[in-house]
Design a protein around this ligand. Structure first.
Ligand SMILES: [Zn+2]
Length: 378
């Protein structure tokens, strides 16, 4: 997964020789694209569409068009000949080889297909995808051993290991047996308390969004009893699993919970959208109004209908986005044409720390609002 510093250097990337930058978002999820040929076909469709659009909208010179063709065929070659899925469900490539940029990012979550050609990398959809998944802590525990993982957007990594040696059952019968049994139960309870405390420490350090627990069904009531209230209120799901399961095995259980959380959040957002827009207090809809509030840096959440694009304009003098004006309405300078002002709007939203979400194509609330909606900070 991309580190924060890699992301920020991508966002600061500038093509000094004015060579176009290609940002490819390719869904390679096995459920949508069972064979290689399926996503290769999608890529060649995206490539020819983007090539035509860029020629017109970026007003490329013959040299720049030649450079872009090389870039696109390098990407095609990589996807067709070198790339292997190995569990990846999304593939993101940023390329401007003339300027030394070639970055390949396989993702463990599916993404929307998109190929951007622009003067800079389009990073916002990647940030959007990754931020639509919550930061999860996964506690896996048995009677004598506990493991803590962090999981996000299909990736999992083990954080710590707590080992408690619990007195094993002795099959001696009688009074001795009862005493040992009692001692065993106490040791188990102590171990579960320690596991819960370690998870709480981890929460105080990392501030994860939700907790997922991997524990045998018969041990759960005991663990639930000792789980700190902070952890209980963040509990998002539970599944039975063997203590020595592999990370991949654990992640496959967590993925279902992760996807359910993402859908729940999306559903409740969409349900509230219609009434919120009607009340007109915190939401604005339609490209003109949304660009205006983005320019004022007042946006906290941007919702865009899937596939909505629109050519527009950008003022480099004051970083203002507009729809159609020839000169900037705020500073009067000449404005540049941009290929897709909606993609720029996403980028501007991310830069003001707003969350960006893509809404399924044709959802009535977003269509009625003009395909794009912003929620205001104030
Ligand atoms: Zn301006």
């Amino acid at each position: 997964m991309l580190t924060a510093s890699e992301l920020s250097s991508l966002r600061g990337f500038a093509s000094h020789d004015q060579q176009p930058v290609v940002s490819l978002y390719l869904n390679v999820d096995g459920t949508a694209y069972p064979t290689r040929a399926d996503y290769e076909t999608e890529l060649s469709y995206l490539t020819s569409k983007a090539r035509k659009a860029a020629a017109g909208q970026l007003e490329l010179t013959r040299d720049q068009q030649g450079g872009l063709d090389l870039e696109l065929s390098a990407i095609g070659e990589f996807v067709n000949l070198e790339f292997r899925r190995n569990g990846a469900r999304g593939l993101v490539i940023f390329a401007c080889k003339a300027e030394g940029l070639w970055q390949v990012n396989p993702l463990k979550v599916p993404i929307e297909n998109h190929l951007f050609v622009d003067w800079k990398p389009q990073v916002a959809p990647l940030i959007e995808t990754l931020s639509s998944y919550q930061q999860l802590c996964v506690l896996v525990t048995s009677k004598e051993k506990a493991r803590i993982f962090q999981a996000n957007a299909g990736e999992i990594s083990e954080q710590t290991e707590i080992l408690d040696q619990v007195l094993k059952h002795h099959n001696q019968g009688g009074w001795e047996q009862t005493k040992l049994q009692r001692r065993h139960e106490l040791e188990v309870r102590n171990h579960l308390k320690k596991a819960s405390e370690a998870t709480l420490d981890y929460f105080r350090k990392e501030h994860f969004d939700r907790l997922v627990v991997g524990v045998a069904d018969e041990l759960w009531p005991e663990l639930e009893r000792v789980l700190h209230p902070y952890l209980k209120e963040r509990l998002a799901g539970r599944f039975p699993v063997k203590i020595d399961a592999s990370s991949d095995e654990i992640m496959s259980k967590v993925t279902a919970i992760e996807e359910r959380l993402r859908l729940q959040e999306e559903t409740s957002l969409l349900e509230s959208l219609g009434p919120e827009l009607k009340s007109g207090r915190t939401y604005v809809g339609g490209l003109d109004d949304v660009l205006a509030v983005l320019n004022q840096r007042r946006v906290d959440l941007l919702l865009v209908e899937n596939g909505f694009t629109q050519p527009g304009r950008y003022c480099p003098a004051c970083n203002t986005l507009e729809f159609a004006e020839q000169s900037c309405p705020s500073c009067g300078e000449d404005v540049d044409k941009v290929n897709d002002v909606v993609a720029e709007a996403r980028e501007l939203a991310v830069r003001q720390d707003a969350a960006v979400k893509t809404i399924p194509l044709g959802h009535p609330a977003i269509v009625e609002a003009g395909h794009i909606v912003a929620r205001l900070r104030y």
